[in-house]
Design a protein around this ligand. Structure first.
Ligand SMILES: [Zn+2]
Ligand SMILES: [Zn+2]
Length: 141
C-alpha cells in the first residue's frame, strides 16, 4: 500500500466517533446497486485497514449486506460509518465523514459497468467491471 494518513470523524449526532490510523488516500468509488441503494449515490470509500478505533459502539447498528461484508451506521442519526469485510475485518469508510484528509485521489471505480447513465465522473481512474471484480476476488479466496 502507498503512504497512509490518519483521520478522525464523528457521525452527525456525535454519538459515534472514529479514529483511523492507516487510511489509504487513494480512494475507490463503487457504482454497484447495493451501494447506490444504501447511500442514494455511489459509495466514495477509503480503505482504512483494521487499525480503527470506534467509540460509541452501542449506537452502531450493522447490516449484513452480502455473504462477505457488513455495513454499519449510527442508530440515532443514520450516518453511514463503514463497510466491513467479514473475513479480514478491514474497514472501508465513506470519505466524506472525515473532514480533514490530505492528498486524497480518486483512484478506482468498482462496478463501472453498473454505473447508471445519469452521471459520469471526469476523474481519470482505473475501473473494474462486475466480472473483473468477481474473478479478482475469487482468485484471492
Ligand atoms: Zn449518530
Ligand atoms: Zn458497491
Amino acid at each position: 500500500m502507498s503512504e497512509t494518513i490518519s483521520g478522525a470523524s464523528s457521525c452527525l449526532c456525535g454519538s459515534v466517533k472514529i479514529t483511523a490510523k492507516k487510511i489509504n488516500p487513494n480512494f475507490t468509488v463503487c457504482h454497484c446497486e447495493t451501494c447506490r441503494t444504501w447511500g442514494g449515490a455511489p459509495f466514495f470509500a477509503v480503505q482504512c485497514g483494521t487499525d480503527v478505533k470506534i467509540t460509541g459502539n452501542e449506537k452502531v447498528k450493522t447490516y449484513k449486506s452480502s455473504p462477505w461484508a457488513s455495513r454499519g451506521f449510527c442508530s440515532d442519526c443514520g450516518t453511514h460509518l463503514f463497510y466491513q469485510l467479514d473475513k479480514t475485518g478491514e474497514y472501508n469508510m465513506p470519505v466524506g465523514i472525515f473532514s480533514d484528509l490530505k492528498g486524497l485521489a480518486m483512484d478506482m471505480q468498482y462496478f463501472s459497468d453498473q454505473r447508471p447513465s445519469y452521471y459520469c465522473f471526469s476523474n481519470e481512474t482505473k475501473e473494474m467491471t462486475k466480472a473483473e471484480i468477481e474473478s479478482y476476488f475469487s482468485s484471492l479466496a
